[in-house]
Ligand binder design. Structure first.
Ligand SMILES: C[S@@+](CC[C@H](N)C(=O)[O-])C[C@H]1O[C@@H](n2cnc3c(N)ncnc32)[C@H](O)[C@@H]1O
Length: 253
């Protein structure tokens, strides 16, 4: 393990961000995200605890996934909602045309649409979503880019926002290095994953840069969740939503 752990290794480039990287390796990386995210990203508890209460209303809910990559998190969320008999319309965006091309080639998931865009593009269009999420996006961003993303999120989100990412820790690095040394051959998972861990925030760092209204939470194993909500409506402990405003139910997105 090289380098110190006292600061983010923001300078470390990820292979997948290189526009000239091997396209076959990139496709294998998008494909591997599905497995990696199932194992480490913890979206099932986030869905059950944080997102699902917002879906329990006649019109369902809309969700924006920013930096969706291959789109696997969006597809899983759509599947879980459908199995729960809940309506969820997801817009999954990525800045990289290669990611959107990969995502649209996957077996279609009802309720999920993909689009090449930045969060700022949707904000300019005046779009709104009940829920806004991202996975493994925060560590990609510089300080000013993070500030812009969170401002965009507040403008786009009428309900709850959850940005999930890795928590930088030497133990996470050691475990990931051992676990991926021989798995996902021909992909960038090993090298980019290790660099991503070193680029990521510690919980204390994320809490320190979180603007007013945002909360940094931890989730096992080695996860940071940066969350924000509009203040209403709130979920009650039983999972049913309580609202102190009329249900718009207007299918915004
Ligand atoms: C590490 S990948 C994560 C992909 C996916 N969310 C996942 O967890 O598998 C980060 C993605 O964010 C995209 N990205 C980076 N900055 C972005 C931005 N400002 N707006 C939209 N997408 C962005 C990159 O193109 C890349 O596909």
């Amino acid at each position: 393990m090289s380098g110190g752990w006292t600061a983010r290794a923001e300078h470390l480039p990820e292979v997948m961000d290189d526009p000239r990287c091997d396209p076959v390796g990139l496709e294998r990386t998008y494909a591997a995200f599905d497995t990696v995210n199932r194992v480490v990203s913890g979206w099932r508890p986030v869905y059950t605890r944080d997102l699902r209460p917002w879906l329990i209303r006649p019109g369902g809910a809309t969700l924006l996934d920013i930096g969706c990559g291959g789109g696997d998190v969006a597809r899983h969320l759509a599947r879980w909602a459908r199995r729960d008999g809940l309506k969820l319309r997801i817009t999954a965006i990525d800045a990289d045309a290669r990611a959107i091309a990969y995502a649209t080639e996957q077996p279609p998931e009802p309720g999920v649409t993909y689009r090449q865009a930045l969060s700022g593009d949707l904000r300019t269009e005046g779009q709104h979503f009940d829920l806004v999420i991202s996975n493994h996006l925060l560590h990609h961003l510089s300080g000013p880019e993070l500030t812009a993303l969170l401002a965009d999120t507040e403008a786009l989100c009428t309900g709850l926002a959850v940005h999930g990412d890795i928590e930088r820790h030497p133990l996470a690095y050691a475990v990931f290095r051992a676990a991926t040394a021989r798995t996902f051959p021909g992909s960038f998972i090993h090298v980019d994953g290790l660099r991503s861990i070193r680029r990521s925030y510690t919980h204390a760092e994320l809490a320190a840069v979180a603007p007013p209204g945002w909360a940094a939470r931890r989730q096992f194993p080695f996860r940071n969740l940066l969350t924000w909500h509009s203040g209403e409506p709130k979920a009650n402990p039983s999972g049913a939503r309580m609202s102190n405003r009329p249900d718009r139910g207007d299918g915004r997105a």
